[in-house]
Design a protein around this ligand. Structure first.
Ligand code: MF3
Ligand code: CO
Ligand code: CO
Length: 293
């Protein structure tokens, strides 16, 4: 004999005993749980629990305190190795781990990318000089939680070309972030970035992309900085990912140096990047590594 399923009315008291109406209580939870399962199964995306979001946020606060101190240190004559030492020591002092160190063989605790270096520059003997632009990309692991962010700084007095590429890269990230809301798609983010950067006569690097982040360094989804409106995975609350457009003043093509990390522009033109770790909220977004753009 078949049993008849008991139907719970939308307005009846929730069977969990909360005293709330079912429609305002466990009916939503059931939907949230199924979206979480669906995103894991279909896309391998880890929608984050509230305690995980808190953990990533704390890691982001540490990251931003280190990045803000570096901003004040940047001047002609500073060695990139000195920035690495500072990031390493501040990270350890806070009880955290620098994620880049030994990540797939990366030899240092931070990525430092100067002028035509697009990303993954290895700190060393290079000395910053007046007019350089330098990206510093930091990822601490605090209590197991990863936050990932970077900024491109001017060294001394900026050149006209430096001012242009840094401004276009910052605005590209800003426009990408501003598209984030439940119901928007990853393609909307890529479109906003690509259409803006190209309208400025600049190009978008294709080989390196944003990524899910938080419980691992690089999680799903892949966040492209180019794309088509309405295409790609739909954003839902509790998604956490980076947006980190690398924008070149000249052509988009790149090559990787002998060290197997340093990515540079083929045409030698300047490249700039800004990155933040973003959370999709019920009504938009929150940066877990916030700074003004
Ligand atoms: N922080 C970079 C990113 O934004 C990744 C650097 S990987 C490393 O994804 F090994 F070079 F550190
Ligand atoms: Co990143
Ligand atoms: Co990064």
């Amino acid at each position: 004999m078949k049993k008849k399923a008991v139907k719970i009315g939308q307005n009846s008291l929730c069977p969990c005993g909360s005293g709330k109406k079912y429609k305002n209580c466990c009916r939503n939870k059931k939907i949230e749980i199924s979206i979480k399962e669906e995103y894991k199964r279909k896309y391998d995306i880890n929608l984050k629990e509230p305690h995980q979001i808190e953990g990533i946020k704390k890691s982001g606060i540490l990251l931003m305190s280190i990045l803000n101190q570096i901003e004040k240190m940047i001047k002609p004559g500073l060695k990139t190795e000195d920035i690495n030492t500072f990031v390493h020591e501040e990270t350890i002092k806070a009880g955290a781990i620098p994620a880049p160190l030994n990540y797939r063989g990366f030899p240092k605790s931070v990525c430092i990318s100067v002028n035509d270096v697009i990303c993954h520059g290895i700190p060393g003997d290079r000395v910053l000089k007046d007019g350089d632009i330098v990206n510093v990309d930091i990822t601490p692991i605090l209590d197991g939680y990863y936050a990932d962010a970077s900024k491109t700084f001017f060294v001394g007095t900026p050149t006209e070309q430096g001012k242009k590429i840094v401004s276009v890269a910052a605005e590209s990230l800003k426009r990408g972030i501003q598209t984030i809301a439940p119901g928007a798609t990853l393609g909307d983010i890529g479109y906003a970035i690509q259409s803006y950067a190209e309208s400025c006569g600049c190009s978008v690097v294709r080989e390196f992309i944003g990524h899910g982040v938080g419980i691992d360094f690089h999680e799903q989804p892949q966040v492209f900085h180019f794309g088509t409106k309405g295409k790609g995975v739909c954003l839902v609350p509790s998604m956490v990912f980076t947006i980190e457009p690398m924008i070149n003043l000249g052509k988009k093509e790149l090559h990787v140096l002998e060290d197997r990390w340093t990515a540079v522009t083929d045409d030698g033109s300047l490249s700039a990047q800004f990155e933040q770790t973003l959370l999709v909220t019920e009504d938009g977004w929150e940066s877990l590594t916030p700074y003004e753009l």
